[in-house]
Design a protein around this ligand. Structure first.
Ligand code: CUA
Length: 334
């Protein structure tokens, strides 16, 4: 291979590795639970590698012996080999795997002891409703948001998960294992983030045409920052602070928007679509589809199905001035 070709190959490998690093990995754990799961992964990987090495070694050994003119060892030896290699060894290996699984499951359940922050997560085609029930510390009011799970660092979070329609699965590889969201039932998931950060999550169960665009973020912040956000979300949503935002609010309430969405403290109280009370603070729109920018939001409002085919939100007939005003209003919420 020429030096230039080698350079390109190295650049390609670097790119591939670079893009791998951008995706969240189970092997980059940031919680006690994910750490335990990653350790189980490595144990199983080591076991698999050992089995592979033994089998490959036996194949090579056989070939070398044959070539050297050795004869078969006879029927008894073959029978012994089948019983040991085909029955005893797999049973032993699977017993070890079963032990690792049961042991890890027990450890994961007990990795973050203590009082937990209760959060309800409801899966919808194709977005995530996140509800912080009223009560908790200091009688905090209920808060509803979407596609972003805000949590305080170092405090266990206890999720109760359910589905409004079909099967979904909640997965944040760096923080916890997957758990299914099942229509008509609830499941739970407990974890605690060790460091502040934004962790990528996704639906991990095929749930329809936009399954791949059912993503979310877990935003772990210092307890003080989380408490401030929680307190701010307790009151009515931010009121318009400019003439443009005021026109946007009026247009929002007059347009079909208010028929599907809630903005706390306004006449918009519908629950078909995501609650938009803190919309301006969200990093993405369309459940991870696009960055939450004014330009993207304008495109989304005018024709969401063009950006995310199959989405429930219909195209909305609005004048460009109305769209601009609604965008200004929504981007200021939070
Ligand atoms: Cu929800 Cu896949």
């Amino acid at each position: 291979m020429s030096r230039r070709r080698l350079g390109w190959a190295a650049a390609g490998a670097g790119l591939a590795l670079g893009s791998c690093r951008a995706a969240p990995s189970t092997l980059d754990p940031r919680s006690p639970e994910a750490r335990r799961l990653a350790s189980a992964w490595w144990q199983m990987f080591a076991l698999g590698a050992a089995v592979y090495a033994v089998v490959a070694g036996l194949i090579v050994w056989t070939l070398v012996r044959r070539r050297a003119g050795h004869r078969d060892g006879g029927a008894d030896r073959e029978r012994l080999f089948v019983v040991a290699g085909g029955v005893a060894a797999p049973v032993a290996v699977l017993a070890v795997v079963a032990f690792i699984t049961v042991d890890t499951t027990a450890d994961v359940g007990a990795a973050s002891p203590g009082p937990a922050l209760a959060v309800e997560v409801v899966g919808h085609t194709w977005w995530w409703e996140v509800r912080y029930p009223a009560g908790g510390r200091a009688g905090e009011p209920a808060v509803v948001t979407a596609n972003e799970l805000r949590i305080p660092v170092g405090r266990p979070v206890q999720l109760t998960l359910s589905s409004a329609d079909v099967l979904h699965s909640f997965w944040v590889p760096e923080l916890a294992g997957k758990v299914d969201l099942i229509p008509g039932a609830t499941t739970t998931l407990r974890f605690s983030a060790e460091r502040p950060g934004t962790y990528q999550g996704a639906c991990a169960e095929f749930c329809g045409i936009q399954h791949a665009n059912m993503r979310f973020l877990v935003v772990a912040e210092e307890p003080g920052g989380f408490d401030r956000w929680r307190a701010r979300q307790g009151g009515p949503a931010a009121a318009p602070t400019s003439e443009l935002e005021a026109r946007g609010q009026a247009a929002f309430m007059g347009a079909p928007c208010a028929g599907c969405h809630t903005v706390r403290g306004t006449p918009a109280t519908a629950t078909l679509g995501p609650d938009l009370s803190d919309f301006g603070t969200r990093r993405t729109l369309g459940a991870g589809l696009l960055p939450n920018t004014a330009a993207n939001l304008a495109r989304w409002i005018v024709d969401a199905p063009e950006l995310k085919p199959g989405v429930l939100m219909p195209p909305i007939a609005l004048s460009p001035a109305e769209v601009d005003a609604i965008v200004a209003y929504l981007e200021a919420l939070g």
